[in-house]
Ligand binder design. Structure first.
Ligand SMILES: [Zn+2]
Length: 170
């Protein structure tokens, strides 16, 4: 990874994508060619940004890459990520659809999260939430995922250390 990565929250990605018609077919492009656009899974059912939607965009637009916010997926599906198999299933899906290279350069968000039937309410410290970060980290380790894990929530540094230390002990 030698590209500079910029994170933008809430960029209306759909409106930025240009459809270019070449004689050989259709290509989709984003405005800046030297950056990766990291598309983050969103936390509310009404928002664009399910894993499937973003994987589909990533497979069509070469400068789009995934940012899996596991806590958002958990929240938008009312707490569906309970155990190891749920996390492993996500990684297997990404590998099947986008290839091994997607797991060799993955951007990940993780943190505690409060949610209701409509999805995300707010971020919480990991230890005050039901987010199963140990199972998530175990799946990341087993799939030998490479890239970057970003801690999100009110206790950024403390939770980042908790994630790192838990990962090292696995
Ligand atoms: Zn996030």
């Amino acid at each position: 990874m030698n590209k500079l990565l910029f994170g933008v929250s809430g960029l209306p990605i759909g409106s930025q994508i240009k459809r270019i018609n070449y004689a050989s077919g259709i290509e989709f492009k984003l405005p800046y060619s030297d950056v990766d656009y990291r598309l983050e899974t969103t936390g509310k059912g009404t928002q664009f940004g399910t894993l499937e939607e973003l994987v589909s965009l990533c497979s069509e637009v070469s400068s789009c890459k995934l940012c899996i916010d596991f806590s958002h997926i958990h929240a938008r599906n009312n707490g569906n990520l309970k155990g190891y198999d749920d996390f492993a299933g996500i990684l297997q899906y990404v590998q099947n659809k986008l290839g091994r290279s997607a797991l060799d350069d993955l951007h990940i968000h993780m943190g505690g999260i409060k949610y209701n039937e409509k999805g995300e309410r707010n971020h919480l410290p990991l230890l005050e939430s039901d987010f199963n970060y140990t199972a998530c980290l175990k799946a990341l380790k087993d799939f030998d995922v490479k890239g970057c894990v970003i801690s999100e929530g009110p206790l950024l540094e403390k939770d980042a250390l908790l994630l790192k230390n838990t990962f090292m002990k696995l």
